[in-house]
Design a protein around this ligand. Structure first.
Ligand SMILES: [Zn+2]
Length: 328
């Protein structure tokens, strides 16, 4: 049953239009395939690269969305943002890409099969945010990831799913080699809680990650200098700990790869934006009984919801203009 197929097609068409907007500085690529559905369908996973070769090589920044197929609000926030920064007449138009100061690599729908199936998991029933193989110290039972059955939510799977491999490969190719760079990669989700959360690693342990000081400085900058005061900033484990977070594995792998290089100064900084949509429950109490309700905002304020995050995403992308020494 591919009840979300129309929606997926709509997002893909929009992505194509956005790619055309950027003319010479955008490149739409297929970087992978989803796991096959029971019916035998596979869905392409796209990346959109924005910027010149030089900008993409020297100062790459990443944004991903649609890791969970039900969280289409995150995909729409990202597509709206791309329009906002690429349309020459937009107030948010960013000249940094043409000038080779920044490069943006976007995976707008990591889990297209989940979007088509209207499910959080991929077509194999695996929750990609439980799939990395990282073992949590004290994960929440069940919700934190399990290996009972792919028919239950939060299933970890066995080995990396094709979608997870696509994320790892893209991040490795496009972000691991940039020198003396601050490299934020923002992953947009929706659905947890009543406030918007901005999380950094780790998800698997309450032990602070090695870049905690830097993350705290960035959080303070986003809050106090940029005015994004309505977000709750902190390590993900402050909210809950889970097995298999993709970013935990990427973050640790990056540190491992560069551990023998004494003068390696670049910082790869996964950041998760979890758009809280439970606040709408007050306005539409029936939503709590609907499966998708809590992942999607009320209709009336939908446009406002999408555009509300433009400034935040823009400021996160612009972190890529800084150098590691600016934060010391
Ligand atoms: Zn999610």
């Amino acid at each position: 049953m591919l009840r979300g197929l129309k929606k997926l097609n709509r997002y893909e068409k929009r992505l194509l239009r956005i790619a055309k907007l950027g003319e010479k500085i955008t490149k739409l690529k297929q970087v992978g395939f989803s796991r096959r559905t029971k019916e035998g369908f596979r869905f392409p996973i796209y990346s959109l690269e924005i910027g010149t070769e030089e900008g993409l090589k020297k100062n790459p920044v990443g944004i991903t969305a649609g890791v969970h197929g039900l969280e289409t609000i995150g995909i729409q926030i990202l597509l709206d943002f791309l329009d906002y920064i690429l349309h020459p007449k937009s107030t948010g138009y960013m000249t940094e890409f043409k000038k080779s100061k920044l490069g943006l690599v976007v995976l707008p729908m990591v889990n297209p099969g989940g979007v088509a199936l209207k499910s959080r998991a991929n077509p194999g029933g695996v929750d990609l945010m439980r799939n990395s193989g990282v073992e949590a110290v004290k994960a929440l039972p069940f919700f934190g990831g399990h290996n009972f059955s792919s028919k239950l939510p939060y299933y970890r799977g066995h080995g990396l799913e094709p979608e997870s491999r696509t994320v790892f490969r893209t991040v490795f190719d496009r972000f691991f080699h940039a020198k003396n760079a601050v490299i934020p990669i923002l992953d947009v989700h929706s659905g947890f809680g009543t406030v918007d959360n901005v999380w950094w690693p780790y998800a698997y342990t309450k032990y602070p990650c090695p870049d905690t000081d830097l993350y705290l400085k960035i959080a303070s900058y986003l809050k106090n200098q940029c005015g994004h005061i309505h977000f709750a900033y902190g390590p993900q484990s402050e909210s809950y700990t889970t097995h298999g977070d993709l970013w935990d594995r990427i973050y640790d792998h990056y540190r491992e790869v560069h551990s023998s290089e004494k003068n390696w100064s670049s910082k790869l900084l996964p950041i998760t934006l979890e758009v809280g949509t439970w606040s709408d429950v007050k306005e539409e109490p029936m939503k709590i009984f609907s499966k998708k309700g809590i992942f999607r905002p009320a209709q009336s304020n939908k446009h406002e919801t999408l555009t509300r995050y433009r400034g935040f995403l823009r400021d996160v992308v612009r972190l890529g203009l800084s150098e590691p020494k600016d934060w010391i």
